[in-house]
Design a protein around this ligand. Structure first.
Ligand code: NZQ
Ligand code: ZN
Length: 390
């Protein structure tokens, strides 16, 4: 196991009706003037936004609002949010919604206290300072409620990049599984897929002797395989929703990723898909991950055999290639059963876009021509992986 630092300062408030404590929590963490940031309207329709605003008012907290965050959040609204926060003297950013809203809130919170262009953070500058951020999560998926990451799409070229830093780890996050019951089944399934992908990106490691985190990841994957289909069959299953919501946080606050190298090639490859086709991130991952595994498994076939046996219940027949192939087959079958696509053509992907996708993944935004994860991928390798998604 490698040396590591792990800082996870978020105060989690989990369970039914806890969003009614928003005002009290903002006050507890020193906020007096809040930017309430939200998406395309689901929180308006569900009545959540009104409850949150009422809670702020009851606690004597002033607020301004900025809605309109799109899935795969855009840089334009971030600039607008930064201007608004500065003009209004905002000292606390509150995200009410999913990963896109939370990521946009993080970018605004960091950009408001930074002298330069906030996009510097999405070109590799570490974020160590931001306005405090609170989140009220409405979809179990991206894990942004506990992570030090944010992903934004630059409208100038439509490419998507991530920023990172302990400065944008939320101060508090309210996780009420009831709030996720209004999700369309497709979005629920996209979330399940993203959570599994976050676990897999950490499982694919080149570090030896990481038994504790291996077992944590396997346990969480098994929980998703058990709970995922329950919630697809019955969207009102509170207990299944609760288990998935906490798994989403655990999958990505990095408690499962410490002390080990991680992969993230699949996320880099997927981000080109959601930037170009505006597909849901989870749907893009459902297509990317099996294709990537089929290409990359040879790098450490024993690790993939372990995954196939422990997570997917495959028999270790001694024929490693066959065991891994069966694991990938079961993974694909699971994704299909919860309603995920099996090919990029299902969300508009075309063979003629592959050169552009691979070039952007390997060279875009200052990259050096390779993806450096579990395996080092050249542009030709990435093209081959995209071809396997057709
Ligand atoms: O915008 P509204 O109207 O709220 O609708 C959203 C949106 O259309 C809807 N939705 C959310 N909660 C709902 C709901 N509809 C009904 N009822 C509810 N309770 O669902 C749609 C998707 O929302 P979004 O926030 O985009 O979903 P998600 O949480 O999957 O976030 C995806 C974004 O997170 C990034 C992805 O790249 C993508 O841009 N990621 C962020 C990470 C991080 N910050 O750590 C890590 C991830 O790997 C990921 O890359
Ligand atoms: Zn993800």
């Amino acid at each position: 196991m490698d040396n590591f630092y792990f800082y996870s300062p978020t105060y989690f408030v989990f369970g039914k009706d806890e969003e009614n404590r928003t005002g009290e929590l903002v006050k507890k963490f020193g906020g007096s003037k809040v930017l309430v940031h939200y998406g395309g309207g689901s929180v308006v329709r569900s009545g959540l936004l009104d409850r949150v605003k009422k809670s702020l008012t009851n606690a004597g907290i002033e607020y301004v609002e900025l809605g309109g965050v799109k899935p795969n959040p855009r840089s334009g609204l971030v600039y607008e949010g930064i201007d608004l926060c500065r003009a209004e003297g905002v000292d606390f950013v509150l995200a009410v919604g999913g990963g896109s809203t939370i990521d946009s809130a993080k970018a605004i919170a960091a950009g408001t206290v930074y002298d330069g262009d906030f996009w510097d953070f999405y070109c590799g500058k570490y974020i160590d300072k931001a306005l405090p951020i609170g989140t009220i999560l409405t979809i179990a998926a991206a894990g942004s409620e506990g992570s030090g990451d944010s992903v934004i799409t630059n409208e100038n070229g439509m490419f998507k990049r991530g920023a990172t830093g302990d400065g944008i780890r939320p101060t508090f996050s309210i996780l009420n599984p009831q709030l996720t019951t209004t999700l369309p089944p497709y979005q629920t399934a996209c979330g399940i897929t993203d959570i599994m992908a976050h676990l897999m990106e950490r499982y694919l490691t080149n570090t030896d002797d990481v038994v504790t985190t291996d077992r944590m990841i396997e346990g969480l994957l098994l929980a998703m395989i058990e709970e995922g289909p329950k919630v697809i069959a019955d969207p009102l299953d509170y207990e299944a929703r609760a288990n998935i919501m906490w798994a989403g946080m655990m999958a990505h606050n990095n408690s499962c990723g410490v002390g080990r190298s991680q992969d993230w090639n699949s996320h880099d490859i997927e981000h080109e898909l959601s930037a170009l086709y505006d597909c849901a991130h989870g749907a893009g991952l459902a297509v990317t991950f099996p294709a990537y595994l089929s290409f990359a498994y040879k790098h450490d076939v024993k690790r993939l055999v372990q995954w196939a046996v422990r997570v997917w219940g495959c028999e270790d027949s001694g024929d490693d290639e066959a065991t891994v192939a069966e694991g990938i087959r079961r993974f694909r079958e699971f994704l299909k059963a919860i309603g995920m696509p099996g090919s990029i053509t299902e969300f508009g992907g075309k063979a003629e876009d592959i050169d552009h996708l691979a070039h952007s993944a390997c060279f875009g935004n200052g990259r050096d021509g390779y993806l450096h994860g579990f395996v080092k991928l050249s542009e030709d390798d990435v093209k081959e992986i995209y071809r396997r998604m057709l």
